[in-house]
Design a protein around this ligand. Structure first.
Ligand code: GLN
Length: 543
């Protein structure tokens, strides 16, 4: 295969315009035309990766199969493209500097002054090309985090300029995503912020090839003409991106605006074939025409920031569509369940999901919610910390170990039913040191898990330091909690179930990270179905 072509996506005017969604939508359309595409994100912050960031700072940390802790946009890439990403798909300024400084200490630049240009920019370009050089991709789309004009994105922008300068005439293009604000009092769409942001790109030596314009109102012809003239692009390269009802509408909106065709023309690639989007349209049809409705309580500590549970929320969208059921998420701050009257807050739910998390805050609220689900037969799904809390609740209230706890919350507990993994005990540094990435898990025959997956060996992604303490396995099994998924190499418990409950499943891994539009995760699909059954049973009882 000839070497890959590169599409860079920059952003201007403000952040949060949805560069990740535009990049994913474009990639989806190109993939649907038979091209092999990947997307990577370059972030301008100094952290080596977002693994040490509080979710309030940067939303969810997305984990890849190869154990990279990455930006949540990689989740969108996987959900849209249905192909896995890896460490190489997310690079930060911190990673770039780390490798240049390590090389400097090794003597790689001996005698030279190490500088932003060329050493940092060369390292950025080397990383830009890593996936392209594998020979696996026709097109590599690179999203540059932040806004043009930010001090911290300058080296990335300069590296994009150099890529453009190094490359053949149609090998590199730049798409600039911008905002066209609507001034209500003037009743007008305004182009000036976009003109300025393109000027700022031009000052860095980059002429964007295509403008994608986020707007609340359709762009009339005269506005498109003005943007084209002032920003020095062809009018067909001014692409309107209206606010969408769901992010999954965006690929078809971009198709209508011919973004994919413009990209192919500019890259000198054939563009006669229509993208095959039938499966995608079917998904949208099911998503938008639900026959039923359920309400799931999502109990977590970071619920004020929805991005903290992005993949879980999206997995419910996929699973809802699969079941032709609208899934409403009720976000429940776990601390509010510490109150006496918490049962009333959970009364109207059709299922409870207790979310992943770290630390002690809100833990007792999570345990109360689990107790309620266990006692009332409400479908329960616990993920990572949610599973660990389910083990603690069961040990305390069923297995006769009232002192049971996780040592993450109580170091000196008499019954550490959840304890730190042995190899974690010697680790003193925080970044990239958890049990991360994909591990195999064997499912017990006849268990709910094996029925749901339809096989006995699965692979799922992880991010944790604590585990089910196997010293309590026998006691908990005897009391009725089954460990139905176990790591074949270490015996680490990955799944617990209560066989006497309509649907009570806790998983140590993160199934939400592998749910995609074309491949909704079976655990989410079946959890939503259990919630639907709960609704119809409630209806029967009411009659
Ligand atoms: N804090 C728990 C652990 O480290 C759970 C982690 C999680 O929910 N991702 O094991």
């Amino acid at each position: 295969m000839a070497s890959a072509k590169y599409v860079f996506v920059t952003g201007g005017v403000t952040s949060s315009l949805g560069k990740g969604i535009i990049a994913s939508s474009l990639a989806k359309l190109l993939q649907a035309r038979g091209l092999s595409v990947t997307i990577q994100k370059f972030d301008p912050y100094i952290n080596i990766d977002p693994g040490t960031l509080n979710p309030y700072e940067h939303g969810e940390c997305y984990v890849t199969d190869d154990g990279a802790e990455t930006d949540l946009d990689l989740g969108h890439y996987e959900r849209f493209l249905n192909i896995p990403t890896s460490q190489a798909n997310n690079v930060t300024t911190g990673r770039i500097y780390n490798s240049v400084i390590t090389k400097e200490r090794e003597g790689a630049y001996l005698g030279k002054t190490v500088q932003v240009i060329p050493h940092i920019t060369d390292e950025i370009k080397r990383n830009f090309r890593l996936l392209g050089e594998t020979g696996k991709y026709d097109i590599v789309i690179t999203e540059i985090g932040g806004c043009v004009g930010d001090i911290e994105s300058l080296p990335f922008i300069e590296a994009v300029r150099q890529m453009n300068w190094d490359a053949g005439p149609d090998d590199v293009i730049v798409i600039h995503l911008t905002l066209i604000p609507y001034l209500k009092t003037a009743g007008e769409l305004k182009t000036k912020p976009t003109q300025h942001s393109v000027k700022s790109l031009l000052e860095s030596g980059i002429q964007p090839d295509i403008l994608v314009c986020r707007t609340e109102h359709p762009l009339p012809h005269d506005i498109r003409k003005k943007l084209a003239l002032f920003c020095n692009v062809h009018i067909n390269s001014v692409i309107e991106s209206l606010d969408a009802e769901t992010i999954y509408d965006v690929p078809l909106m971009m198709k209508r605006e011919k973004l994919d065709e413009q990209v192919l023309v500019k890259l000198g690639l054939p563009h006669d074939r229509e993208p095959a989007m039938d499966g995608w349209k079917e998904f949208l049809g099911r998503l938008k025409n639900p026959l039923e409705e359920v309400t799931i309580g999502l109990v977590g500590k970071y619920v004020e920031l929805r991005d903290a549970y992005k993949s879980i929320a999206e997995a419910f969208v996929h699973a809802g569509a699969q079941n032709e059921c609208k899934v409403n998420i009720r976000w429940i701050q776990s601390e509010t369940l510490n109150r006496e009257d918490y049962r009333e807050m959970l009364d109207e739910l059709d299922g409870i999901l207790v979310a992943p998390g770290f630390g002690e805050r809100g833990i007792e609220g999570k345990i109360s919610a689990i107790r309620y689900a266990r006692e009332t037969g409400l479908p329960f799904f616990g993920i990572c910390l949610g599973m660990q809390c389910a083990v603690v609740e069961f040990a305390r209230n069923v297995a006769g170990l009232p002192e049971a706890a996780s040592t993450e919350m109580n170091r000196n507990t008499a019954h550490p039913v959840i304890d730190m993994m042995e190899d974690q005990k010697k680790i003193t540094t925080k970044g990239g040191t958890m049990r991360l990435g994909a591990y195999p898990c064997d499912l017990r025959k006849g268990s709910k898990a094996s029925l749901i997956y339809g096989k006995t060996r699965i692979s799922e992604r992880h991010r944790h330091r604590y585990e089910f303490n196997n010293a309590y396995l026998e006691a908990l099994e005897a009391a009725g909690m089954h460990a139905t998924g176990v790591n074949p190499d270490t015996g680490l418990v990955e799944i617990v179930e209560l066989p006497d409950h309509p649907w009570f499943v806790g998983v140590q891994f993160h199934p939400e990270l592998k749910s995609t539009v074309m491949n909704p995760h079976p655990l989410f699909v079946r959890f939503v179905r259990a919630a639907m059954e709960h609704v119809s049973n409630k209806r029967l009882v009411a009659k």
